[in-house]
Each structure stands twice: as C-alpha cells, then as structure tokens.
Design a binder for this molecule. Structure first.
Ligand SMILES: Cc1ncc(COP(=O)(O)O)c(C=O)c1O
Length: 401
C-alpha cells in the first residue's frame, strides 16, 4: 500500500496485526492456489466444502423472480423478513425482541461495525478477548476507535474477567463478547456472564458513562450435546446482538444478518433511527432485496447439528489418541488444539508438508495453538487424520533428535 496516496486510516487498518496476517495468508502465501491442488486438504476457513443444499438454492432462485415493479427497489428492511428474524430470535433465545429493534444488515460484519458507530466516538476504547475473530481490530480501527485486548484464561478457555476489569478505563465504551467462541468453541456460562455484567455496571457508574456490550453471536444456533446457548444480552441490558446467517446456512458469501437491540435496553427507541442512519451513511449496509425476500424461508432451514457433532467427535477423539491436547468445542465448527511445537507457524508448515492446511494460532494473536475448521467434509476429515498423526510424529522425532 502506498501511504502517500492512501488515507492514514486505511494505512492503520492495513497495518493491524491480525489483518496483515490474514491478508498475507490469503493473498501472499500461495493459499489460494494451494487449496485447489489435488490431494491438499483444506481445514482453514469456515467456507463450505459440501455442495450447497438444493432447498437453499431453490429459495434463492424464487427470491429473484419479481412479483411487482418495486421488487428490486431500495429496501431498508422487508417487513416479512424482519418478522421472521424476530420470531426466530424470540424462539431461540427466549427473549421477547420487538420487530422494530431488529435491523437487517449485510451479515455480522456490518452489524458489529454499525453497533460500534452508534455508540462510539473516535478515541473511545473497545475491549475484547484474545483469541479474537481476526477482523475485530480492523473494524474497530476503521470506526476511529481504539482496540484494547486481553487474553482469555488459556486453561479453561473462559473469559478472564479480572483481565477485562483491569483493562477498563474512563475511555472504554464497548466490550465485545463472542459466544459460542470462534476459535475456541467455548460457550460462556451464565455465572461468567452475570459477573461480567456486574463488572460493566460498576465500571459504567464509576466512569459516569455507559459501557455497552456487543454480543457477537453468529454461531448461537450451532451448539452441541443438546446444550442451551445463553446470550450475554440476557444478562446485561445495555447490549447489542450481532447475528449472521452465513454460519447457520453455510453461505458466508451471501450477505445477510442483523443487529438486534433487546427489549431490556433502556431508551432503546433512540437507537432505531441511529442504526438506520449508520447503515445508510456507511454505504447502504442493508442486505440485497432478494436476500431479504428469501429470509422467511431460509429461516426454516436448520444447521445439520448431528453431522457436525459427529465430525467434532471423530476429530477430537482421533487427535487426542494421536497425542494432541484439544478441548471439545461446545459450539461453532472449529477446533483449537494446542500446537505440539511452541512455534505454531512452524507446526502448520509441518502439516502443510503433509498436504494439510490449517491456521496458526498466531493469526488469532494466540501463539501455541492452531485452528481447524470442521466445514471440511467427513471424507476430508478421514483422509486428514493419518496426516495429522504423521506431522505429530515428525515434530516429535525432530525434537528427540
Ligand atoms: C466470531 C465471528 N464474528 C463475526 C463474523 C462475521 O460473519 P459474517 O462474515 O457472516 O458477517 C465471523 C465470521 O467468520 C465470526 O467468526
């Protein structure tokens, strides 16, 4: 990037560590070619690898057939789509959301950036935990805000509440929480969320300025073992909920999600206009009209929990058998095993030698781990396991030599 031509803001965003690592991996490491090479097994991103469901394709096909002359007009939010999203939110979370507080966005990205911009001013601080979703930092910087990072408790993979409390300053405006968590698969329990709410309440009182919580929960329907997901929104009234359909429907390139304000948010009516204002000024952050028409039917499609639970179980059992230390994810479709080498980038190179592509923990600012995506097919998982074993043995042999 040529800093003489581009704005300081875009230079700062591009220089953000996770963004740079992601960009380098995607664009510069040869990944785009390598993942298509015969015999290479791709466990990197949450992209779909099984063919799209016919039902999904049919719903999208129907939604582009115009039913009146305004079918493809500017669309702030189709009433039927918003009603369907609201109804499903109420059902999944047991919280009586109102349709007027559910705003359709171009996926979770736009929901997060919109929430930041309606409450945050330049210089305000945004606290989140590492390992993070790698685009928090660019989104926060692009909003003119300042990222403040703390680590999770690496043993329990739970939020480190003391670290969060210690990171709060008079400039803190937002805390982002992602549960079920990408990449750890952890669902934060009610006891953690209650204590977090108390910390945020107390700090807001002390600061004389409200700290908001953004609950980033695109995986809230992807939970295993019959677990009930409890949203952070339930515990702290000053919360925004960011959701994306890209995970549940395994279609991250078709952009649709929402930003929802819970009925417990004091003065929430004020946010209705504010959200639309940011969506418009941000460059029309509403989903395409056809995606909105498709939504009520897309809501009837469910994520294949039994299939993914099987993939998780097969993979966790086999990795542990080989000798990897890996937590069993409670939700999402990722595993976050410890790297058998302290240098996780070197270990991902050893896996690459075996034709297996994964992401190093360094890309999540958490060295010593690596991430596996279970969106790989069951065949890929079965073919990959001997290779995970071979890489493990290779580094163990090198360490012994
Ligand atoms: C934790 C988390 N938040 C937000 C997003 C953004 O979702 P989308 O691309 O569907 O907007 C992702 C996508 O990977 C994610 O993992």
């Amino acid at each position: 990037m040529d800093a003489r031509l581009t704005s300081d803001r875009v230079v700062d965003v591009a220089a953000a560590t996770p963004f740079q690592l992601l960009y380098d991996f995607y664009r510069l490491s040869g990944y785009e070619q390598r993942r298509h090479e015969p015999g290479v097994l791709d466990f990197t991103f949450g992209d779909p690898h099984d063919p799209p469901s016919q039902a999904y394709v049919e719903i999208l096909r129907e939604s582009v057939v115009p039913q009146h002359e305004l079918w493809f007009a500017y669309n702030f939010g189709d009433a039927k789509a918003i009603e369907a999203a609201t109804e499903s939110l109420r059902r999944h979370l047991g919280i009586p959301f109102e349709a007027a507080d559910v705003h359709l966005t171009t996926g979770g990205f736009a929901a997060i950036s919109t929430a930041l911009k309606i409450v945050g001013d330049p210089g305000d601080e945004v606290v989140y935990s590492l390992p993070p979703w790698f685009l928090y930092e660019p989104i926060v910087l692009e909003s003119g805000m300042v990222p403040v990072k703390v680590s999770i408790d690496r043993e329990t993979l739970d939020l480190d509440l003391d670290a969060i409390a210690a990171a709060i300053t008079p400039r803190t405006r937002v805390v982002i929480v992602n549960s079920p968590n990408n990449p750890t698969g952890r669902i934060y329990p009610p006891s953690t969320l209650e204590r977090l709410a108390a910390i945020l309440d107390e700090a807001s009182e002390r600061n004389g300025r409200r700290i908001f919580l953004i609950s980033d929960e695109p995986y809230n329907r992807i939970v295993y073992d019959g677990a009930r997901f409890r949203s952070p929104v339930e515990f702290y009234p000053w919360s925004f909920l960011a959701y994306s359909y890209g995970k549940t429907l395994l279609s991250p390139g078709e952009r649709i999600g929402y930003l929802a304000v819970p009925p417990t948010m004091p003065g929430r009516e004020a946010f209705r206009d504010a959200i639309e204002t940011v969506q418009i000024s941000g460059g029309w952050l509403f989903p395409n009209a056809s995606m909105q028409y498709a939504l009520p039917k897309l809501e009837t499609l469910a994520f294949d929990i039994p299939l993914f639970q099987r993939k998780r179980d097969v993979m966790v059992a086999a990795l542990r058998e080989i000798g990897y230390r890996v937590a069993r994810p409670e939700g999402t479709f990722y595993l976050f095993p410890e790297s058998p080498l302290a240098d996780d980038v070197e270990f991902t190179r050893a896996l690459d030698q075996e034709g297996v592509l994964v992401l190093p923990g360094r890309m999540f600012e958490t060295p010593g781990f690596f991430r596996i995506s279970l969106t790989a097919t069951m065949e890929t998982i079965e073919a990959g396991l001997p290779r995970f074993a071979a890489a493990f043995s290779a580094v163990a042999a090198a360490a012994d030599a």
